[in-house]
Design a binder for this molecule. Structure first.
Ligand code: TPW
Ligand code: MG
Length: 544
């Protein structure tokens, strides 16, 4: 026997979690106390709940394991809802732990502070954005509930919700026994693998598209080995940017339809056997296709099932499928597929104004000189600019597209992996969560943060150039960095940009903020193509 809170913490650890990102409140105080006293998981607090949600999501995405966020009931939980929704949409395994009124308090009939409509309003709201839920109001059933919910989180790679009544934290409770993986029909997986191989072997122009589920299920290396065996070139989806960065992967780049490299777009759209592995069929991944990709002719393996034309194989988890495919081709030799060369580097250090592409070139130079870094990126032109940065592991809200993700996500990467991240963020998004950098000192984090300061919600302006409301004030983010305990450098030309990036890479121990001043209207080549492409697609019906 142990206590309910300790059983939960040990079960989280047993399922792969390493740390908790959280903000306490009185309904969560007893649980936080146990977290700190036991040290089973590290605890990192930030300033505002959206940030702990984004940090837990990024830790989960980056590490391919459970991320955990702990909040108080009501005000805390509702503040983290948007981040959890993003994790749901983009399939990130985040465990949400919310404190709750005690079991006895709930029976008194008084309205309790932080309560919304009824005591279970919060549970009902989170049901919509999590794949499994448990309210641990009975210590006798809690171990089984925890085991079920955590298995769902791992297997579906989607958020789950656990509510802990504050008067039961210390209740006696049995340890949680981890459940075996859900059963898989091996014959169905084998039949599916055979059908896929037959299709690929018949094809003249096979191409695989790699999506975020590869990282979520830790099968990037397996997929890269399989692709080499089959001689199938791989592209990542837009959301999957940052996958398959190992040097042996036959990676051509990132498929972005009209917004991407035309040669790569042609190869994907002309393929006679398109193999989609763990790709979310979202508009940001495929809405930008020059020609609509006919998914009936594609092989789509995602969400635990496989679709080939009109066949559907239910219950074929991606990892099992890739294992069987690899076993089937184990005795074949590797087939060489030329991967695409590295993205251009070589920022010209002159007095010219900085463009977003210059930032990509400058970052590539910095990576060449000082080693590459994982990237945490926000939504805005920084994400389109990242398409010209060297392939390196990256987390970004490429589909749900919530602003405010980048800075806390970078903190989540450094907290969970110890690696120093590069954070790319626009001024608008920085206004939302940039403040969280003030927590770096206490934790010893030292990310490099590049703020794209165009005093504008520029991405919105590109769609509606006639507007005035997309103008922002010019905040002095470099000065803000100093008072938050970091080092800030405001740069106005390419020479200053190169020098600031170099200095940032050389300086460890404090966060380094490079504030790149951009003209309004100066956008990356990828965003330019994206906007022109979308406008064109909206005018003419897509060619089928
Ligand atoms: C939480 C809508 C998408 S892009 C954008 C907005 C307001 C402008 C971003 O400005 P920023 O970057 O960061 O300065 P840039 O390169 O465009 O200048 N609220 C949320 N998420 C989203 N996506 C929006 C609003 C939006
Ligand atoms: Mg901006």
């Amino acid at each position: 026997m142990t206590t309910l809170a300790v059983a939960l913490l040990r079960a989280l650890e047993d399922h792969g979690a390493r740390e908790i990102f959280g903000i306490p409140g009185d309904f969560a105080l007893p649980f936080f106390k146990v977290v700190e006293e036991t040290g089973i998981l590290d605890l990192h607090t930030l300033s505002h709940e959206p940030a702990v949600g984004f940090a837990a999501d990024a830790a989960a995405r980056f590490g391919g394991r459970l991320g955990v966020v702990a909040v108080t009931y009501g005000a805390g939980a509702f503040n983290v809802l948007n981040a959890v929704t993003g994790a749901y949409a983009e399939k990130s395994p985040v465990v949400v732990i919310s404190g709750a009124p005690g079991r006895e308090e709930g029976r008194r009939g008084l309205l309790l502070h932080h309560q919304a409509k009824t005591l279970d309003s919060q549970l009902r709201i989170f049901r919509e954005v999590t794949c499994d839920q448990a309210v641990l109001d009975d210590p006798a059933t809690a171990p089984a509930e925890i085991a079920r919910v955590l298995r769902s989180c791992v297997e579906h790679s989607r958020p789950v919700y656990i509510e802990v009544p504050r008067d039961l934290v210390a209740a006696p409770c049995a340890e949680v026994a981890r459940l075996p993986p859900s059963p898989v029909d091996a014959e169905a997986v084998a039949a599916c693998a055979d059908e896929i191989l037959a299709r690929l072997d018949r094809a003249e122009r096979p191409v695989a598209i790699a999506g975020v589920e590869l990282r979520r299920h830790r099968i990037e290396h397996a997929v890269s080995a399989l692709a080499r065996r089959l001689g199938v070139p791989v592209v990542t989806s837009f959301m999957g940017r940052g996958l398959l960065t190992d040097p042996g992967a036959p990676l051509l780049g990132t498929y972005m339809g009209v917004a991407g490299d035309p040669e790569l777009t042609r190869r994907v759209e002309d393929s006679d056997a398109l193999l989609l592995l763990g790709v979310i069929l979202s508009d940001t991944n495929f809405g930008v296709s020059t020609r609509r990709i006919d998914m009936r002719h594609a092989i789509v393996a995602a969400e635990g099932e496989v679709r080939l034309g009109h066949h559907v194989y239910p219950n074929v988890p991606l990892a099992d499928l890739v294992d069987v495919l690899r076993a089937r081709v184990a005795d074949r030799p590797d087939i060489d597929v030329p991967a695409r060369g590295p993205a251009p580097a070589g920022l010209v250090g002159d007095d010219a104004a900085i463009t977003p592409l210059d930032i990509a070139l400058g970052v590539n130079d910095m990576f060449d000189r000082h080693g590459s870094m994982p990237i945490a990126c926000d939504i805005g032109d920084c994400l389109f600019t990242a398409m010209d940065i060297r392939h390196t592991p990256m987390v970004a809200p490429g589909y749900y597209a919530t602003m405010g993700f980048g800075v806390p996500a970078g903190l989540g990467i450094q907290a969970s992996s110890g690696q120093r991240p590069l954070i790319l963020v626009g001024d608008g998004a920085f206004q939302m969560t940039g403040w969280e950098l003030g927590n770096c000192g206490r934790a010893g984090w030292d990310p490099i943060v590049v703020v794209f300061n165009n005093a504008s919600w520029e991405m919105l302006r590109t769609f509606q150039p006639e507007t005035g409301y997309n103008d922002l004030d010019e905040w002095n983010f470099a000065a803000i960095a100093e008072v938050l305990g970091g080092v800030g450098r405001r740069v106005r030309n390419r020479r200053e940009l190169a020098a600031a990036l170099d200095a940032a890479a050389r300086t460890r121990g404090r966060f380094q903020l490079v504030e790149a001043m951009l003209e309004r209207g100066s956008i990356s080549p990828t965003l330019e193509r994206f906007v022109t492409g979308i406008k064109r697609l909206n005018q003419a019906p897509a060619e089928v």
